[in-house]
Design a protein around this ligand. Structure first.
Ligand code: ATR
Length: 278
């Protein structure tokens, strides 16, 4: 007798471009698990109802992508501490007690930085550009690596200051506007704005990049982002797109759902080769 497959998927709007089915399909095959993983295009007004229906019908887990990461906080019955701190959820999982909300974005970034790229963040100076939902997701895990300082620089300085305040219990973090940014090189710069995708470059001083600076854009795509092109022109040590974070955050979600952490190296290689759009 054939048993029904465990149901998973990604919910977003739009969601047709998502690489998650490809990634989770590879994880499932590699770990010998037979699951179903589908795309759910859900408009914001229907998000809560559709998610509740998915789980009521026996669905096991969802990835949550734009624009629903904040709304997913309220649909969860329980949050992991990292999701609560980020006030944003990218993974929902069925539990006996109800729907669990987690945020694996920061853990995914940290795993890419430390394990895949071999970077050391402890005692280093880190600049995060942007103070939106993407920054919220990564700040806690980044501060967990004990950097000397994390500076958040944002077009709207108030948002950077408010975010820094919300995370001071986890480490040394400051929020500033671009104009107040100290013109000295950082060890790591993470671009977490949506500006780069639109081809815009936030106005920050070139002196934040030195020959030792690693520049990482959370965005990924077929060609280098505006931020990475700029960083390369300034002579940065490395200019990296967010492919690794994409795969590693997915692996964390898969582990939460299935109890096994899938191998990621060949999935990352396959994705880069496939060169999917962001
Ligand atoms: P997300 O959830 O993707 O982070 P968001 O919450 O809308 O989206 O945040 C987008 C971030 O990109 C913000 O930091 C935003 O700056 P503001 O807070 O000043 O709006 C930043 N951003 C978007 N477009 C930008 C641009 N053209 N120049 C500089 N920053 C930009």
């Amino acid at each position: 007798m054939q048993t029904a497959l465990d149901q998973y998927g990604v919910v977003g709007h739009p969601v047709g471009h998502s690489l998650s089915p490809f990634i989770h399909g590879m994880f499932a095959r590699d770990s010998g698990q037979n699951i179903s993983y589908r795309l759910y295009d859900v408009a914001p007004g229907e998000f809560h109802a559709r998610v509740r229906e998915f789980f009521a019908q026996g669905g096991r887990g969802l990835n949550v992508t734009l624009p629903h990461k904040i709304a997913a906080v309220d649909v969860a019955h329980e949050l992991t501490p990292r999701a609560a701190h980020a006030a944003a959820v990218n993974t929902l999982a069925a539990r006996a007690e109800g729907i669990l909300g987690d945020n694996t974005d920061g853990a995914g970034l940290v795993r890419d930085l430390c394990d895949n790229l071999g970077l050391v963040i402890a005692q280093r100076r880190v600049l995060v550009i942007g103070a939106g939902g993407a920054t919220r997701g990564i700040l806690g895990p980044l501060l967990g690596l004990a950097p000397e300082l994390v500076v958040i620089a944002n077009r709207t300085p108030q948002r950077a200051k408010a975010l820094a305040k919300a995370f001071t219990d986890l480490g040394a973090v400051q929020g500033v506007g671009f104009a107040q940014l100290e013109a000295a090189p950082f060890d790591l710069i993470v671009n977490a704005t949506s500006a780069s995708l639109a081809g815009d470059l936030p106005p920050f001083p070139p002196a934040v990049v030195g020959p030792q600076t690693v520049c990482y854009d959370l965005a990924y795509g077929k060609s280098a982002t505006a931020f990475l092109e700029w960083a390369t022109r300034q002579g940065c040590a490395r200019a990296l797109q967010g492919w690794g974070m994409l795969v590693e955050q997915a692996a964390e979600s898969f582990r939460l759902w299935r109890g096994v952490r899938p191998a990621t190296a060949h999935v990352l290689a396959a994705l880069k080769e496939r060169g999917g759009s962001a």
